[in-house]
Design a protein around this ligand. Structure first.
Ligand SMILES: [Zn+2]
Length: 215
C-alpha cells in the first residue's frame, strides 16, 4: 500500500514515533481528527505489521490465548475477561478482538456491538454478583488514563462501601465561560457521521445468555 499521508503529516508522524509509547498515544489521538479513512486504515495495517514482528500488544495476546485469562464471553468480534487486578469483585474487561488503539479507529457497527455486549454484561454482573451498581469506564489516550494501546471497556460491579472512587472536584463555571466553550466546540458545526454495519451473526462461544433489556 502506498503511503497516503502528506509530507507534513509524515514529518509529524516521524516526530511522534520518537516519543515514549504513552506520549505517542496522546499525540496520535490529537492527529486523528485530521485523518481520512484511507489514512486510518494504513496506520492500522502498520500497527499490525509491528505486532507481527514481535512487539505484541498484551490484549491481542489475551485474544489469541497466548496470555491465559478467565473468559466470560466471546463472539466473532468481542471478548470479555476478568481483570487480573480488579477494582471490585467481578471487574471485567470487554475488548474488540481486532487491534484498535482508540475508539476513533473503530467502525460504528463494531463499536455499537462492543457496547451492546458491555450493556448486557453489566446487567448480568449486576444480577449474578449481587452488585448495587455498575460503572462502565473507557479511556481513550494516555491523558485519559489508557494504559495499553488496545481499546477496552471496564465493567465494574459496585458495592456499597467498596472504596472505589470515581469522583472529581467540579469547579463552578460561569455562564459566560460555558457559552464560550460551547462556541469553541460548535465553531465548525457538529454532525453525526453515521455508517451502520450489520451485527455479527455467528456467536462462537458464550457463557451467559444475551437477552433483551428488561425495562
Ligand atoms: Zn491489541
Amino acid at each position: 500500500m502506498q503511503n497516503p499521508f502528506s509530507e507534513e503529516q509524515v514529518r509529524q508522524l516521524n516526530e511522534i514515533g520518537k516519543l515514549p509509547p504513552t506520549e505517542q498515544q496522546a499525540k496520535l489521538q490529537a492527529m486523528f481528527s485530521t485523518f481520512n479513512e484511507e489514512q486510518i486504515k494504513f496506520l492500522q495495517n502498520q500497527q499490525k505489521a509491528v505486532q507481527e514482528q514481535g512487539g505484541q500488544c498484551p490484549f491481542c495476546m489475551i485474544v489469541e490465548g497466548k496470555i491465559p485469562s478467565q473468559k466470560i464471553y466471546e463472539d466473532d468480534q468481542v471478548i470479555a475477561v476478568l481483570d487480573i487486578n480488579p477494582a471490585t469483585r467481578g471487574h471485567t474487561l470487554v475488548m474488540p478482538k481486532k487491534h484498535y488503539a482508540l475508539t476513533a479507529q473503530m467502525p460504528d457497527g463494531e463499536l455499537a456491538h462492543l457496547f451492546m455486549v458491555v450493556n448486557n454484561l453489566a446487567k448480568h454482573l449486576f444480577e449474578t454478583m449481587k452488585a448495587e451498581g455498575t460503572n462502565i469506564f473507557l479511556a481513550n489516550g494516555a491523558a485519559a488514563g489508557q494504559r495499553a494501546p488496545h481499546v477496552f471497556v471496564h465493567v465494574i460491579p459496585r458495592y456499597n462501601g467498596d472504596g472505589v472512587n470515581f469522583e472529581w472536584e467540579g469547579k463552578k463555571a460561569e455562564d459566560e465561560e460555558l457559552a464560550k466553550i460551547r462556541e469553541q466546540i460548535l465553531k465548525e458545526g457538529f454532525e453525526i457521521k453515521e455508517e451502520v454495519e450489520e451485527e455479527p451473526e455467528e456467536i462462537i462461544e458464550h457463557e451467559f445468555e444475551m437477552s433483551e433489556r428488561i425495562p
